[in-house]
Design a protein around this ligand. Structure first.
Ligand code: SF4
Ligand code: SF4
Length: 387
């Protein structure tokens, strides 16, 4: 006797909720499967991560109880190739929002949200220590009457020891260029980018409203970020801050300073560099030129491109909340990226995102690779300023 097939019950309320959360994004999908074929999980996983099935679920309003929902790094590779222009990462975020409502998030992610709730950062460190990384730098608190730009440090560069080095390098560059800038110190509010990445849409909106109000109150118009995730959130996901609000990723600002002749990178270095484009800078925001313009301005940098460069970058595996979840050792995208970097003969794997640095450095350590180092673009540039 044939096993009895269970009827699939379409939940109208769920369907309407998904429609509301995604603006109907999934409806455009005609199930070609290109997204599944292009997704980098196909390079590391034996079993198929069927992206298309998740889009189908959203089309039909089917609830999802599948752990694989949390695999998506929101890298955007699938969106770039989707012939129907489906906002696939928005669909994943919407399905995750519903999973949060059912309290079905994987272990590790609820504590991330609690840490942001209590401490304004996913590292669970006290807000009173947010500015400790800069205690010897005498950074002024931002004043719109005096400063041309706010340096938004972000959670990673405030609390993570490795990312702090990038912030220090950036301060050195801004000072070398004579930029008048300020920071918000311990008062710096969270961007909410990590909350957005894990798909808790209502909490992200609450954080974004709050932080946008802080920027308004403090007269912030131009700001630079260290993390491309913060940049993307401010630029594309925030409510209007003001008519002249202009978030920049720090590579964009440095490229602007170089072009204006304010930042002079004159001290020669000896680095053979390949650049890993962060997904949230290149693919999500079409910015591939700025980090290259900075690197090319440094005397002694020899830039060698990887096969997957620019908007075709290969994700490091750290986005979409994956930074906070375990990934099996043989399924790490960063290992593939490091292999690509080695093929170029580069000795420096450059990038411009604290999460990319963490994933790529972990990969080097795990594989005992010693002939390649990971450096941020700001760190390389800082080697080239006179003081
Ligand atoms: S690539 Fe686009 S149209 Fe094709 S299955 Fe995926 S979401 Fe649907
Ligand atoms: S955004 Fe990246 S990880 Fe997520 S489904 Fe698309 S290609 Fe895969």
């Amino acid at each position: 006797m044939e096993p009895k097939k269970e009827a699939i019950v379409i939940n109208d309320a769920l369907w309407e909720r998904l429609l509301e959360l995604t603006g109907g994004a999934a409806m455009l999908c005609y199930q070609c499967g290109t997204c599944t074929a292009i997704c980098p999980w196909g390079l590391v996983k034996e079993e198929t991560f069927s992206v298309r099935s998740f889009i189908r679920q959203a089309q039909l309003g089917l609830p999802d109880g599948n752990e694989a929902l949390w695999l998506c790094t929101t890298c955007g590779q699938c969106e770039a190739y989707c012939p129907r222009g489906v906002a696939i990462t928005d669909v994943f975020r919407a399905l995750r929002t519903l999973a949060w409502e059912r309290r079905a998030a994987p272990e590790g992610l609820p504590s991330l949200l609690w840490a942001v709730f209590w401490n304004d950062n996913p590292w669970g460190q006290p807000p009173s220590q947010r500015a400790q990384w800069a205690q010897d730098l005498a950074l002024p608190i931002f004043d719109p009457a005096q400063h041309e730009i706010l340096c938004y440090v972000g959670g990673a560069a405030s609390y993570d020891g490795r990312a702090q080095k990038v912030a220090v390098a950036l301060v050195r560059l801004l000072r070398a260029a004579g930029v008048s800038f300020g920071v918000l110190g311990n008062e710096e509010p969270p961007s909410g980018a990590d909350v957005l990445d894990v798909g808790h849409q209502p909490y992200f909106e609450e954080l974004a409203q709050h932080t946008a109000a802080v920027f308004r109150e403090k007269g912030v118009t131009r700001l630079l970020t260290i993390s491309p995730h913060d940049y993307d959130a401010f630029k594309n996901r925030y409510p209007p801050v003001s008519d002249d609000f202009q978030p920049l990723h720090y590579t964009q600002y440095l490229a602007e300073l170089v072009a204006a002749g304010r930042l002079r990178l004159e001290k020669p270095v000896d680095f053979r560099v390949t650049l890993h484009d962060p997904c949230y800078l290149s693919r999500h925001n079409d910015e591939t030129a700025a980090p290259r313009r900075v690197l090319e301005a440094i005397p002694g940098v020899e830039l060698r491109e990887m096969e997957d460069a620019g908007v075709d970058t290969l994700c490091c595996g750290g986005g979409g909340g994956r930074m906070w979840l375990e990934t099996a050792p043989d399924e790490r995208f960063a290992d593939l990226r490091v292999a690509e970097a080695l093929e170029t003969g580069a000795t420096v794997l450059a990038t411009a995102c604290p999460y990319c640095i963490a994933c790529l450095e972990d990969s080097l350590k795990a594989q005992n690779i010693e002939n390649l180092v990971v450096m941020d673009v700001a760190e390389i540039a800082a080697h080239s300023v006179a003081s």
